[in-house]
Design a protein around this ligand. Structure first.
Ligand code: GYE
Length: 306
């Protein structure tokens, strides 16, 4: 917390807390919902939010963090684009006595004293859930099942972990083969482009595993343009569960969605307040989430808030 970093913060009730938040970008529906959650709950908490969009570039994020340090914000929070390369700037924040909270994505820094807590999903578990559905789906099949994978942003925690959890679980059935795996940078446009290339290069694709809904939705366009039926000719698994993903799932175009909750704002603001108040915060705060088949999606769609 702030005190142990060698600086006493003014926490008297009449001083507004300034929070510097560096966001990944605006690459997906998930991200849009996450940004809104952060902005709405900062407002609700009465914090002065300095919001910066990194446009999916680590260098922009490092610059934003340095600006927050110069501005002497009370707390810095950020969702790191990629996992590696944060030690120097995190050390700078620590030396300046500014506590840092990680939200959504993790860093691979060995020195965990560089941040107060990490609030977000268990991405390895999400990958496992995606893989488990597939294993169950094909448990009686003796044929080879060709899987293509659309990965998230290279080097990002969700891309690394969703691949890992999935690979771990499908390894139990040697018929389940990932024949191509490439990044679609978590965007619809790239998802479509890479799926087009996959379809060109591979005669038989049975399953698409996309690390987020948006890439899956882009890929659906490519699949339909190739004269194939998404969800039928090619089974589709995605992660996130944003509204557009639910719509596609309710239409049977996505077969299985692993939920990843973007509404991290309230938990983040609570952690910010606790850190400023010098309270102990859990080093790891994991978000709760579920999974949805097409049938579940039909039922759940009207309740979807993002
Ligand atoms: O799944 C994807 C977004 O970091 C969990 O980033 C987040 C991921 C999310 O672009 O849609």
């Amino acid at each position: 917390n702030a005190e142990s970093n060698g600086e006493q913060k003014d926490t008297s009730s009449n001083k507004k807390i300034t929070l510097g938040f560096s966001q990944v970008g605006a690459e997906s529906g998930w991200r849009t919902a996450n940004t809104k959650s952060v902005q709405d709950s900062a407002k609700e908490a009465g914090f002065d939010l300095k919001f910066s969009d990194a446009q999916q570039k680590q260098e922009n994020q490092i610059k934003a963090l340095r600006t927050f340090i110069q501005q002497k914000v009370d707390v810095i929070a950020f969702s790191p684009v990629v996992e590696s390369g944060w030690d120097t700037v995190l050390k700078e924040a620590k030396d300046a006595g500014i506590p840092v909270i990680l939200t959504d994505r993790a860093v691979d820094s060995a020195d965990t004293s560089l941040y107060e807590t990490f609030i977000g999903s268990d991405f390895v578990e999400e990958g496992r859930r995606a893989g488990q559905w597939l294993v169950d789906q094909y448990k009686d099949s003796t044929e080879e099942i060709n899987i293509v994978e659309l990965q998230g942003t290279t080097g990002s925690a969700p891309a690394i972990d969703r691949q890992k959890g999935f690979a771990e679980v499908i390894a139990s059935n040697p018929n389940l083969k990932v024949i191509a795996s490439q990044t679609g940078d978590f965007t619809r446009a790239k998802g479509k482009e890479v799926m087009q290339a996959f379809l060109k290069a591979n005669k038989k694709i049975d399953v698409l595993y996309a690390h987020n809904d948006d890439m899956g939705l882009g890929a659906i366009q490519a699949i339909e343009a190739a004269g194939l039926k998404p969800g039928v000719d090619i089974k589709i698994i995605t992660v996130d569960g944003v509204k557009d993903g639910f719509v596609a799932a309710s239409e049977g175009k996505i077969n299985f969605i692993v939920e990843c909750n973007p509404l991290l704002g309230p938990q983040l603001m609570q952690a910010v307040q606790d850190v400023v108040d010098g309270k102990e915060v859990e080093k790891r705060i994991v978000t709760e989430e579920g999974v949805f088949t097409s049938e579940d999606a039909k039922r759940e769609l009207p309740n979807r808030q993002y």
